[in-house]
Design a protein around this ligand. Structure first.
Ligand SMILES: Nc1ncnc2c1ncn2[C@@H]1O[C@H](COP(=O)(O)OP(=O)(O)OP(=O)(O)O)[C@@H](O)[C@H]1O
Length: 226
C-alpha cells in the first residue's frame, strides 16, 4: 500500500537556527503517528512544512492528498458565523451535500443549541469542537492535528479520541502533535520523540495502555533533559 506521507531528510532553518534537522519518516493509511517533544522542539514547524505553510530548507515531502486536512494549534474561525453556516460553507466548497454539515457537528458533539449561534459566543472547548468538525469534514485521508485536545474537558477528550479512532479505522492517516501523552498513546501506533529538531526515538505503541504512556513519559523526560 502506498504511504499516505513520506518525509525524507527534511530540514528547516530560520536564519542560523536549525529548528527541524534531517528528519525522515513515513505514515500509512489507517496509521496514527504522534509527535512528542518539549516546547520549541520543532513539532509545529514539521507539520507546517507538510502543509506547505513553511518552506523547507532541505528535503522532500510526498503525499498523494492534494491538500492534507489541518487543525492548527490556534484555530482562527470566522466568529460572526455560526458553526452550522461554517460547516455548510465547507461542504459546498468540497462539493458535498450541505446536509452533511449537521452530521459533522454531531460527530464532535457540539451542543445542538449552539449550531446557529455566532462562534463569538462559544466557549474555548466549543470553538475547538467546531475547528475539529471543520478539519474532519469530508473524511480527509491525511490529517495533521496540532494539539487537538486543547481546551477540551475530560469527556470531550474521550469523545474526540473515539471519533479519531473511528476515522483511523476507516483508513485516515493522522499526524498529531500533543503534550498529553496518555491521549497520544490511545490514538497513535507510533510516537516520534523530538528534541532540538531531531527525531531521537521512534516508539512503537502496541497496547495503547497507561503503562505504555508512563514509559513514554519516562523516555520523553530523558530526551528533554539531555
Ligand atoms: N516564523 C519563525 N521564525 C523564526 N523562528 C521560528 C518561527 N517559527 C518557529 N520558530 C522557532 O522554531 C522552533 C520550533 O518551533 P515550533 O513551533 O515548531 O515548536 P513546537 O515543538 O511546536 O513547540 P510547542 O510545543 O511550544 O508548540 C522554536 O525555536 C521557534 O522559536
Amino acid at each position: 500500500m502506498p504511504a499516505a506521507l513520506t518525509v525524507t531528510n527534511l530540514s528547516k532553518q530560520y536564519n542560523h537556527n536549525l529548528v527541524v534537522d534531517d528528519v525522515s519518516y513515513s505514515l500509512h493509511r489507517g496509521e496514527a503517528v504522534g509527535l512528542l517533544g518539549a516546547n520549541g522542539a520543532g513539532k509545529s514547524t514539521m507539520i507546517k512544512s507538510i502543509l506547505g505553510l513553511v518552506r523547507p530548507s532541505r528535503g522532500t515531502i510526498i503525499h498523494p492528498e492534494l491538500s492534507p486536512a489541518y487543525l492548527p494549534e490556534l484555530p482562527q474561525l470566522p466568529t460572526s458565523l455560526s458553526a452550522l453556516a461554517l460547516l455548510r460553507f465547507k461542504c459546498s466548497a468540497l462539493g458535498l451535500d450541505s446536509a452533511l454539515a449537521e452530521e459533522c457537528l454531531m460527530e464532535v458533539n457540539l451542543s445542538k443549541k449552539a449550531y446557529k449561534q455566532p462562534i463569538k459566543q462559544y466557549s474555548k472547548g466549543m470553538r475547538q469542537r467546531t475547528a475539529l468538525a471543520l478539519t474532519l469534514c469530508g473524511n480527509p485521508m491525511l490529517v495533521c492535528l496540532d494539539e487537538p485536545m486543547s481546551g477540551l474537558d475530560a469527556l470531550g477528550r474521550v469523545e474526540i479520541l473515539n471519533l479519531l479512532k473511528e476515522k483511523k479505522k476507516q483508513g485516515a492517516a493522522f499526524l498529531m502533535s500533543s503534550h498529553i501523552v496518555p491521549d497520544m498513546v490511545q490514538l497513535c501506533d507510533r510516537v516520534l520523540i523530538m528534541a532540538h529538531g531531531r527525531i531521537c526515538e521512534d516508539v512503537l505503541i502496541q497496547e495503547h495502555s497507561l503503562e505504555e504512556a508512563m514509559a513514554l513519559e519516562g523516555k520523553l523526560a530523558l530526551w528533554t533533559t539531555t
